[in-house]
Design a protein around this ligand. Structure first.
Ligand code: PLP
Length: 404
């Protein structure tokens, strides 16, 4: 497929030029492994008439994931939001829990849904993760835990958070929704803290359509999680605690097992895409690609840039407009920060005062398309478009100014 390079400002689709792509390129188009294997598994589960309720595919997926992650227990759940809710309850979180605002809203919702107050903590601007130095100041007699998020798959400062949790007698839970197949200091993410929660949503590089899991090395906690996932049942007629329906269905597990077979291939494609972006975006003033430690395992599912308007002259939001007009559906994750969303904005209107770094980052970050649905050539053209836009920033702004 031939694409046309932009050579003049009027070539930009924002100014009525022809869009670079005829079809939209989304940031998270699902990866799909072998259809043949998936359909065989679906036929099999239909023949068995075992569609849900701790079926053989769910068990096989749980065993496969625990082995891959090097963790004792993996409890498959219908999605990561419910998994976070069940984990929070199983860990007896209550009162206040310290959490970043720079995350997907589900992290905070899982707490607030159970009337646990999320106390928003600022991030370290270098890592985009919760800043342990700022956690300590937020601890009150009502604090019961810390919920860290491994944003973009880069691990939180696990050691510092664990040391605070130990010292202050708090629970430590991780939202590892971004971090499946990533490592921290050579150890797979999945066995840090008291428990970790993964998302296998369709937009994640490894998906089960909808799905998630809680992983832990704690036997008693694992047992509790399993019971809570299944209405609190401990036998056919025996309900021993409050529970919910958090079960993963067999068809989701069938997709998970199929995705697992292609995991290396998905990561290889993401890594190749990342390298093409790295090459194409280097040395652009004010455009900084989020980097990953080459010594760690990484899924490279997020290609994220920070736009420093002071240098690029082009704001992140103008760049997004340019990209979207060209059918590059870049996204502003996690804009505008959870503390600015409802109900948090109404409940805690002053939360932003303690979140200066979060505020700055939510105005800079932009996510670009990757995954198996986009090719190297398309990525090269996206990079060229960004280079062209930054090089012509003042003309673009002038033209936009005249138009408004
Ligand atoms: C950081 C984070 N936490 C939680 C979730 C929720 O996951 P799910 O859609 O599986 O409920 C997401 C989903 O995108 C996420 O990015």
């Amino acid at each position: 497929m031939a694409f046309t390079m932009k050579t003049e400002i009027r070539d930009l689709a924002l100014f009525r030029g022809k869009p670079l792509f005829n079809q939209p390129h989304h940031v998270g188009r699902p990866n799909i492994g072998s259809r043949e294997h998936l359909l065989a598994r679906i036929n099999d589960l239909l023949d068995r008439r075992w569609l849900t309720n701790d079926g053989p595919y769910v068990r096989e997926l749980e065993a496969g994931l625990s082995a891959f992650l090097g963790v004792k227990h993996c409890i498959a759940i219908c999605n990561a939001t419910v998994a976070l809710e069940i984990a929070a309850r199983a860990l007896e979180l209550h009162g206040e829990v310290i959490v970043p605002s720079f995350t997907f809203v589900a992290t905070a919702h899982a707490l607030q849904w159970q009337e646990i107050t999320p106390i928003f903590c600022d991030i370290d601007p270098l890592t985009h993760n919760i800043d342990p130095q700022k956690v300590e100041n937020l601890i009150t007699p009502r604090t019961s835990g810390i919920l860290g998020v491994h944003v973009w798959g880069r691990a939180c400062d696990v050691e510092s958070l664990q040391s605070i949790a130990n010292r202050r007698n708090l629970r430590l839970l991780f939202d590892a929704a971004h971090a499946f197949a990533c490592s921290h200091q050579g150890k797979m993410i999945g066995s840090f803290g008291d428990a970790e929660v993964f998302s296998f949503h369709a937009t994640k590089f490894f998906n089960t359509f909808e799905g998630g899991a809680v992983t832990t090395n704690n036997n008693a906690l694992a047992q509790k999680l399993r019971e809570m996932r299944n209405f609190g049942f401990a036998g056919l007629d025996t309900v021993i605690k409050l529970g919910i329906n958090g079960k993963m269905s067999e068809i989701s597990a069938a997709m998970g097992l199929t995705s697992l077979e292609s995991l290396d291939e998905f990561i290889a494609v993401n890594y190749r895409n990342y390298q093409v972006y790295q090459q194409g975006l280097k040395n652009i003033p004010g455009i900084f690609l989020v980097e990953f430690d080459e010594n760690e395992k990484c899924n490279y599912q997020y290609v994220v840039i920070e736009v420093d308007e002071g240098i690029s002259r082009l704001s992140r939001d103008v760049l997004i407009k340019i990209l979207q007009a060209e059918n590059v559906l870049a996204r502003r994750y996690f804009y505008p920060g959870v503390h600015q969303m409802e109900p948090y904005h109404s409940y805690y209107p002053n939360a932003g005062l303690l979140l200066p770094e979060t505020g700055k980052l939510t105005r800079k970050v932009l996510q670009l398309p990757t995954g198996t649905a986009i090719g190297e050539d398309e990525i090269r053209y996206i990079c060229q478009l960004i280079v062209f836009s930054v090089e012509n920033a003042s003309h673009i702004l002038e033209k936009l100014g005249n138009r408004e």
